[in-house]
Design a protein around this ligand. Sequence first.
Ligand code: GAP
Length: 453
Amino acid sequence: MAETETQEVTLDEIVALCRRRGFIFPASEIYGGFANTYDYGHYGVLLKNNVKAEWWRSMLQERDDIVAIDSAIIQHPRVWEASGHLEGFTDPLVQCLGKCKRRWREDDLREAQQTGELKCPECGGDLTEPRRFNLMFETHMGPVPDDAAKAYLRPETAQGIFINFKNVLQFARKAPPFGIAQIGKSFRNEITPGSFIFRTREFEQMEMEFFVPPGEAPGWHRRWIEERMRWYVDLGLRPDRLRLREHGPEELSHYSEATSDIEYLFPIGWSELEGIANRGEFDLNQHARFSGEKLEYFDQEKGEAYVPHVVEPAAGVDRSLLAFMVDAYDTEEVEGRTRTLLRLHPRMAPVKVAVLPLVSKAGMPERARVVYEELRSRIPAEYDEGGSIGRRYRRQDEIGTPWGVTVDGQTMEDDTVTLRDRDSLEQVRVAIDGLGDELAARLERPWSSPKPG
Ligand code: GAP
């Protein structure tokens, strides 16, 4: 796909659907909104839970060399000294000296303007000299807001893993190569948040630190790049919307020996979805130096201790969710009407099956409710009897429900229902007895997007 190509769906269409169907809305809306912050509604929560559940499944359930952790958001301030964040987690900030006085990231402007003296993209004004701006959010522990009480909201979940290396080694009975995985909120005082949930100041990360014998790091780095790319494709992202980009030496973070980004073709163009870094021994060495604790693994067989190297796949929950929505969004003409739908992988879909009585009479709602209550104990199901059947299907299509079960007149005679497929619109008649098994089997089948690449 050409570099300049963009998605067929716009960010505005995604934002509108998210709002219309209650996935995501602007936070603090009754106070006029608040600086690119967002709240997740019911279907947004369900979809986000599925993103996280699939990540945990791939990290914990489908292998036995990774354990979980949930560390504190506010850690000892020395953590951020050791990690290099206090010193180096900065962006170059410039401010417009002209009319608008807006602040920009100098590196973004340089990328966009390429040559000549940089000017404010908003009003064309001159800009200040760049100054380093630290992205960490400051807070205070306890009642006195002085320097001694200063603390930080974590800008990445990774450090909570490194500082627990010794605890995990002791209790998890693991030896390198092994990993520690964490999902949780991170905070960055981004200069230019934007593009909906793509870049916000409060977001969730899914990070795994994989500790390996030093010589094995480059090989594991390659394996984790493949694993993580496969995860997105297996969950339905179209492979030609994904690509790998290796960081050049000038772009590498202070801790990284090598980093490759998995990029997705978002409506704003190709952008980072996940970074996979070989962090070497940087973090364990730093925390050993600052804390005075030995952070090593003792190899019994060789009779020697070593500092493991770390390979880190670091993904964003919100950014992944956005990619899954963008990839799934589709519209098509059906019998003269435009149908909007989310062709989500069934495992990603917030609701797997909707149970709908054809009409609200003749015993159909009661029968449908029984079918729904049987199904919901096995898979996420929704019951809906409000409005015409066409309107209810359109609603389910827009939230990405892969299957619809309709209870109609025939159901009352022979205990069968129609089972509608969201993508093909095919409807088949199936017996209520065995419906749960059929849907559970469908949920486990491999799936790929029916949208053309
Ligand atoms: N521990 C390494 C690390 O944090 P990163 O590339 O800065 O690496 C990892 O972040 C992932 O977290 C990104 O690929 C992205 O998906 C997500 N992420 C980072 N900053 C974000 C932001 N401001 N808003 C939303 N997601 C963000």
